[in-house]
Design a binder for this molecule. Sequence first.
Ligand code: NAD
Ligand code: MG
Length: 395
Amino acid sequence: MTQPAAKRRISIFGATGSIGDSTLSILRLNPKAYDVVALTGSGNIKALAEAAREFNAEIAVTADDVRLGELKEALAGTGIEAAAGAQAIEDAASRPADWIMSAIVGAAGLPPGLKALEQGTTLALANKESLVTAGPLLLDTARRHNATILPVDSEHSAIFQALNGENIDTVERVIITASGGAFRDWPLDDIAKATPEQASSHPNWNMGQRITIDSASMFNKALELIETREFFGVQPDQIEVLIHPESLIHAMVGFCDKGLLAHVGPHDMRHAIGYALGYPNRPDLPLERLDLAKIGQLTFQAPDMARYPALELARRVMEIHGLAGAVFNGAKEAALDGFISRQIGFNDMVRVVGNVIELMSGEGLGNAAITLDSVREADQMARKHAVQSMAALKL
Ligand code: NAD
Ligand code: MG
């Protein structure tokens, strides 16, 4: 008698967000193949409880301590455990699972990501901030515990796919594409006056608000430059950004024979999530089949640095290296909060982050050891300086 195939144990950190929701939709294609272990969220208790009920999760965790009672109530009678707080999220990442999606937004994704790697599992990494703030720590933790990290960011999934079977030593350059964001065609003077609402709509992708605004400012691409360097170990001068308004080529890898391998796919994150879930096999996904004859043409432009100064900042961060990524991300998160709450204007974000990097660049950032503590400290300090810099801008 044949034994039924063992179910894969799956956890999703950031299950209520855009990536989390897309991950759940992929599981829904074949729900009998999975046992859902932990699902986490923060403010949206209803969505978290609904997903936990639908997938009969072992545990649901909200980052928001004060919402525990509400979560317990929403799960009453199901036998699903409920927990709350940052520590509970970390603890949930230690629950044995075969595949863990890291889709919390921001630096808060790092501690559970590390805990997941410590159990030697496969971590599907959407949370680019983990690599930006603590790339060497993340990769070293994976190595020491024999864990695997699979990139989920579309550009990095594309690079990973193009590198499959290739020798990394033959790579000359890596090109990541950018749509240009919400303000690609806006006059520069208008961008300075842009509101959070205007920055929160993306021409091609449907994503969480924070990454959508980061796409308009190109901070998202700046993070991705650093993410590329950390994950693939290529040198900063080997990484290029190319504006590609159609967002159909996600990345290209250029080899020493001058050939380029481009990854072309629909702008739908379910492709990269499905690839990471199926890896090393390709899953059958119900996504749009691209009709290139109908699309007609794919276009490319060099990024205009006057429009996207965040890209220059990323180059500076890569030059300093060490804890500069944690400082960059911490300052960026604080400045983004400042913009969303209308304390500062759109172009002030890059000013604030630039100020913080220059202020802290004398503090031995490049040589510091990268530990969870040192990353947290750099992150906190950067946020503090960013708040001061924002206050100074208003004077
Ligand atoms: P989102 O805002 O839609 O969802 C974020 C998730 O994180 C939610 O589940 C939220 O509850 C949770 N969360 C927020 N703050 C938290 C905290 N302090 N502690 C614990 N949980 C918290 O974001 P998203 O668009 O799904 O993006 C998630 C991550 O994936 C980000 O790092 C983003 O850069 C990356 N990413 C997203 C996309 C995309 O298409 N959305 C593409 C590539 C990479
Ligand atoms: Mg991306």
